[in-house]
Design a protein around this ligand. Structure first.
Ligand SMILES: C[S@@+](CC[C@H](N)C(=O)[O-])C[C@H]1O[C@@H](n2cnc3c(N)ncnc32)[C@H](O)[C@@H]1O
Length: 287
């Protein structure tokens, strides 16, 4: 069983979030234990203070090192084992991606330290040799939401956590590509029809359509992923078809444009020299 400990000054916020949905189900199935600890319980002054002014001056407050160090010492009295991780949530950390979730899903113990204010005294990271992890290139107010991202992405990889274990295998990023689009009833909605192939009952054609849609979406939206993906001969052939059908990936719809950044020609070209060679197409166009 994976044991997760969250250290925070907002324990109720984290408890509320883990008391429902997939995390709660995983707890009930005893796939995971999640304990939330109030950092103030590890403060050594009578005001239970956990922050102080920054050395060197400047705005805001810094979270003190001692309460975090005492909390981790209490949680791991024998020290950190080889299958334990102490994770410090921080925008300065390595980026939390699917491969990191897979790494964490293989551990016995995950201790998550949540910062607030200007961040945590750097000596916490040094003393604990903590794994500093960021959930993306943006700044949250506190580490709690980041810790919940880590917990949820990790837990859903534990065998038995999802209703159908296979569903995690076809998710975005698992094989380096974005997921294919999904549809459900009705087959015709406000003039928008579901692709015929999905209604055909032909599993081979459905599988091929989905793989092609996955490659096309990745090519258009995340050429950086496509450039690194392990592609087999069928994928290469599908990419050739996609390139022939959409020599430069089409403009995104209004909704897409408001929610994501389209790939630039340069980023697509960088992702596709192998596809161009395989398809026998001329090399990437230069501006
Ligand atoms: C306002 S932030 C501090 C930001 C810090 N001064 C910086 O610019 O790197 C307060 C806390 O939120 C958490 N946090 C904010 N953004 C995060 C991110 N992208 N990933 C993980 N944790 C984050 C961290 O625990 C951090 O200590």
């Amino acid at each position: 069983m994976l044991a997760v400990d969250v250290v925070t000054i907002f324990p109720e916020m984290v408890r509320a979030a883990v008391s429902d949905g997939i995390v709660q189900r995983a707890i009930e199935k005893e796939l995971v234990r999640v304990d939330v600890h109030d950092l103030r319980d590890y403060s050594n002054d009578r005001h239970r203070s956990v922050d102080d002014a920054p050395f060197g001056g400047g705005p805001g407050m810094v979270m003190k090192a001692e309460p975090f160090l005492r909390a981790v010492e209490a949680l791991l009295p024998a020290g950190r084992g080889p299958r334990d991780a102490v994770v410090l949530l921080s925008p300065r950390g390595r980026v939390f991606r699917q491969n990191v979730a897979e790494e964490f899903a293989g551990l016995d113990r995950l201790v998550l330290l949540c910062g607030r204010y200007e961040g945590i005294d750097e000596r916490v990271r040094t003393a604990l040799d903590a794994d500093e992890v960021s959930v993306g290139d943006f700044v949250l107010t506190g580490g709690e939401v980041a810790a919940l991202c880590v917990i949820e992405a990790t837990l859903r990889l534990l065998p038995g956590a999802l209703g159908d274990n296979d569903s995690a295998l076809q998710d975005s990023f698992v094989d380096g590509l974005l997921d294919f689009p999904h549809f459900t009833r009705p087959a015709l909605l406000r003039g928008m029809a579901v692709p015929d192939v999905l209604l055909s009952g032909d599993h081979g054609r459905v599988r091929r359509w989905r793989r092609k849609a996955s490659l096309a979406a990745t090519r258009q939206r995340r050429p950086d992923l496509l450039a690194q993906a392990q592609l087999g001969p069928e994928d290469q052939a599908l990419l050739c078809e996609i390139k022939a059908e959409q020599p430069s990936a089409p403009a995104l719809s209004h909704t897409q444009l408001t929610t994501q950044r389209p790939a630039t020609r340069a980023s697509r070209d960088a992702a596709e020299p192998h596809a161009a060679a395989f398809c026998g197409a001329p090399g990437p166009q230069r501006r």
